[in-house]
Design a protein around this ligand. Structure first.
Ligand code: GSH
Length: 202
């Protein structure tokens, strides 16, 4: 029996979504503290040195940074399959997708989504073109294989899905999305996955 796990979260935050998906996938019980992004609780501020969600508290341990939390969750005892492949090479592939998502895909997604309401004109220049290239990278992989890494669902899916979902929910729908049929199929299959449905529940 595990000690109580608490996740300081914000429902729509894609990083927090990663953590909730991983916990549901591993069938590990947890409690959610829903934070207000514009007015974080003093508790959250005391737990995270940069005051961000998500934060996971397990017994006396405080863990932040979504991709560190999801690896921690994956290493906890559970009857469910590991979300990390076995081999060193495939583990590195998962971490490379995560790195790429955090440092390339997500920043260009933000520049495309928010434009000059949040960024300078120079920062926004070419964001759409780069975003298409990013989608091409995912499409290339998914055309040949149903999963981003190896033979099954992994932390690569946990980490990328919330951002692909966010992109496809932009209104009006980005016109270039329909060119990436394998990405859309992957998104739709994942959207029906029980752990993801639970993580998105209101
Ligand atoms: N690198 C962090 C990013 C977390 C993050 O940026 N969370 C956003 C919400 S989606 C946040 O808390 N923003 C508040 C702020 O930056 O002041 C992670 O992976 O957990």
């Amino acid at each position: 029996m595990l000690d109580k796990i608490t996740v300081y979260s914000y429902r729509r935050c894609p990083f927090a979504m990663r953590v909730r998906i991983a916990l549901h996938e591993k069938e590990i019980p947890f409690e959610v503290v829903e934070e207000d992004l514009k007015n974080f609780s003093q508790k959250l501020i005391s737990l995270h040195p940069e005051a961000k969600v998500p934060v996971l508290v397990h017994a006396n341990r405080v863990i932040y940074e979504s991709a560190i939390i999801t690896e921690y969750v994956n290493d906890l005892p559970s009857e469910q399959k590991s979300l990390m492949p076995e081999s060193a090479g495939e583990k590195a592939e998962v971490r490379l997708w995560t790195y790429w998502c955090n440092y390339h895909f997500k920043p260009d997604l933000d520049r495309y989504k928010y434009g000059t309401s949040r960024f300078t004109e120079a920062e926004c220049l070419g964001a759409e073109e780069r975003l298409r290239k990013h989608l091409e990278k995912i499409e290339d992989r998914l055309e040949k294989n149903p999963w981003l890494v190896g033979e099954g669902f992994s932390l690569a899916e946990v980490h990328l899905f919330p951002f692909v979902r966010q992109l496809s929910r932009i209104q009006p729908t980005p016109h270039f999305l329909s060119s990436f049929q394998s990405v859309l199929k992957w998104r739709d299959q994942l959207s029906a996955r029980p752990s993801i449905l639970k993580a998105l529940e209101k």
